[in-house]
Design a protein around this ligand. Sequence first.
Ligand code: ZN
Length: 236
Amino acid sequence: MVDRYKLAKKTRAEEEKKRAKVEKQDDIKEMVVKKQLLTKYNVADWKPTTILGKKVKSGEIKSLDEILAKGLKILEPQIVDFFLELSEKVVDTKKTSYVRMSGRKYSYRSTVLIGDKRGYLGIGTEKDPDKFTAVAKAARKARLNIIKVNHGCGAWECNCGTGHSIPFKVNGKCGGVKIELKPSPKGTGLVVADAIKEVFNMCNIKDVWGRGFGSTATTLNFVKAAIDALSKTNRW
Ligand SMILES: [Zn+2]
């Protein structure tokens, strides 16, 4: 015989869990219903839940550089929106499938690139059965993975001292793709593959020489390798 008391307790706990999940993704749901192409978080009505978020809203932390220099982990996407004006682009989408007892099921994997066209970059990948939800989720993840790119002029032909290119030669890698980026003089333009030109436009690098090695037909890994290389301009 079924213990009714236990069953009722169990269902109530499950319901509460579901409700908590829905509340957590409320802002994502709003975006999906409106079918916005650009993800925007409402910073004015934001109620921070983490310690870092409360410090940002109260004004104790004044810039994103301060957070990145200390190496603190960002857990709320609104923190990034509080400081920067972002633009975003869907870099890659793919329909994936998996097999269950009931048959084949499909979901979408999408990758979103964000940047403020000055020096901040982020990339995120997420999966969901719904296309718009996958994009909104990926845009949220990209905000949490934000990095800073250092500008400079490392080309001896130019030697102008302004930040139109990168400061020195860097290498990046992701999966089977390797990439090499070199600083170039003013007026050269972006001498890289079309698949990764958007990455440099997002962080305002105008001149660069690039070379790709390996299976560069894999767009997702190619883009991630370029971002890996650019993240190394911070380390020397
Ligand atoms: Zn220069």
